[in-house]
Design a protein around this ligand. Structure first.
Ligand code: 2GW
Ligand code: MN
Length: 295
């Protein structure tokens, strides 16, 4: 029997479901056979029902130092509306201004722990120290309390579903400026003196530093490795071009993510659209750098 004949024998509802899960305008699998999650490649009701049976907790980390506490309200309120709705989420918020944390009403089985961190003067230090803080958090606290972890930038807001389709052992998000450009455009670290160095001709995707996640074990290994590599760079007086994002990209080159999320999972700014992005789930908010960043 040939394939066409088989299809016509299927229940029409099944045919519709098969067709709905196909995207032909984007790649939905990597060369190492990891899925790339785009709207239209999964059935949210079906995937929710699978994970519902597992009683999972998703730890979610976010850093808000200095004036970045102003992003917390929108971040948390929008997460309550769109992020793992119906699942247990534990936010771990790191800040140097605990008094500026807004009081956001959380849903059932949603928890927030605020942790104080010292203020830092150089923003590169804020951004890079995140890896070490995450490494210690996973080691000291999360093992008994969470199954998965996502680490997100705070200057972001949710507009659409971010759900269990995003879960995996090691998960990276394709950077929204680099999803349809050739490899030579990727802004990897190009100086061999840095541990984040990626030679021309290598590298599969360019990942954002603003969102990554996976199992506790895999993300622990990631954060520990990036922290170690950044310390070697410091000892050699070199700082990678995009800081921990450069080290993350190096890590993903040699430790392939088991799942990739499309730029729907971290878009540039809500006002910019693209034909392939049918839904914006999380987006960087437009921010006035001069206003929020320390001098
Ligand atoms: C201060 C001055 C300059 C840059 C950042 C900051 C700053 C960052 C801050 O004063 N307070 C603070 O809490 N942060 C945290 O670091 C906050 O969670 C923020 O979302 C994160 C990254 O900084 P951000 O969002 O300003 O940088 P982006 O959006 O340009 O980030 C990309 O590049 C960074 C490294 O250069 C990181 O890899 C980041 O993950 C990327 O999205
Ligand atoms: Mn950001």
């Amino acid at each position: 029997m040939d394939g066409d004949c088989c299809l016509t024998m299927l229940n029409p509802a099944v045919v519709v479901r098969l067709q709905r899960n196909i995207r032909t305008d984007v790649a939905s699998v990597t060369p190492w056979l990891a899925p790339i999650v785009w709207e239209g490649t999964f059935d949210s009701t079906l995937i929710d029902s699978i994970y519902k049976q597992q009683n999972i907790t998703i730890a979610t980390t976010v850093f808000a130092l200095g004036k970045y506490t102003r992003f917390l309200k929108d971040f948390l309120e929008s997460a309550e509306e769109h992020y793992f709705v119906g699942f247990r989420v534990h936010y771990h918020l790191f800040t140097d201004q605990a008094e500026e944390v807004p009081n956001v009403k959380l849903g059932q089985e949603r928890y927030l722990t605020v942790k104080k961190v010292p203020s830092m003067n150089r923003w590169q230090d804020i951004s890079m120290s995140r890896m070490e803080i995450l490494e210690k958090l996973i080691e000291n606290e999360l093992a008994s309390e969470a199954d998965y972890i996502f680490c997100l930038d705070v200057d972001t807001k949710f507009y659409g579903r971010w759900g269990v389709e995003s879960l995996g052992r090691l998960v990276g998000v394709i950077h929204p400026w680099f999803f349809n450009v050739p490899r030579f455009i990727f802004t990897y670290e190009r100086r061999p003196e840095s541990q984040a160095y990626i030679p021309a001709g290598e590298g599969d995707y360019y990942f954002t530093g603003a969102a990554f996640g996976g199992s506790l074990e895999d993300v622990h290994h990631l954060t520990k490795t990036c922290r170690e590599q950044m310390n070697i760079d410091i000892a050699n007086s070199i700082e990678a071009i995009w800081h921990e994002e450069s080290h993350l990209n190096k890590y993903f080159l040699y430790n392939k993510p088991s799942k990739l999320l499309s730029p729907e999972y971290l878009w540039r700014d809500i006002s910019m659209s693209s034909g392939q992005v049918k839904i914006i789930r999380l987006s960087h908010v437009a921010k006035n750098n001069a206003e929020v960043r320390p001098n």
